[in-house]
Unconditional design. Structure first.
Length: 168
């Protein structure tokens, strides 16, 4: 049963700052492997493609568990139609903040792949885990936590996720 949705940064940033090949972090990543293998985590195709660049045993785990991580839009086991509706509406409502539509193409604002994760989390009524921080009410930029807040989707940092899971 899915318990969390993950943005790429929810895994990639912690994996980079707490690499699994440093002995103190090894148990943490073994725990993350167990969580991935238990099918507790969901992500979109777009975000999964980014996650495939994560290295080490954890990256290998992500690569070998695509079928349990990715909820495809043609999969009848979830409400993909509602997901698509949320995604299309969010593109329209948050267009001014989406980097692909911005004249400057700023990477300091949300992108379409990020929006897929938020739409999935909203559809599944699950928290979205990312390592992004808020833009603090910027009039021109919004990041994952900001759009999550506007969409009433719970947003967790990796550390908040670990606490919620009771990882110690």
């Amino acid at each position: 049963m899915k318990r969390y949705c993950f943005d790429t940064s929810g895994f990639s940033n912690p994996h980079e700052t707490m690499p699994e090949d440093i002995p103190i972090y090894g148990p943490l990543w073994r725990c993350m492997i167990t969580l991935v293998e238990s099918a507790a985590i969901a992500t979109t195709t777009e975000l999964y493609k980014e996650m495939c660049h994560i290295t080490g045993d954890f990256g290998a785990c992500l690569n070998s568990n695509k079928s349990s991580l990715v909820l495809e839009v043609d999969n009848p086991d979830w409400d993909a139609l509602t997901y698509v509706r949320h995604y299309v509406r969010m593109q329209r409502e948050h267009r001014a903040f989406i980097s692909e539509y911005s004249q400057m193409g700023s990477k300091k604002t949300i992108c379409l792949a990020d929006l897929t994760g938020i739409a999935m989390a909203k559809t599944l009524r699950l928290p979205l885990v990312s390592s992004e921080s808020s833009t603090q009410d910027s009039p021109t930029k919004k990041r994952i936590p900001d759009i999550c807040d506007l969409e009433k989707v719970p947003h967790l940092t990796f550390n908040q996720f670990l606490k919620a899971e009771g990882v110690s």
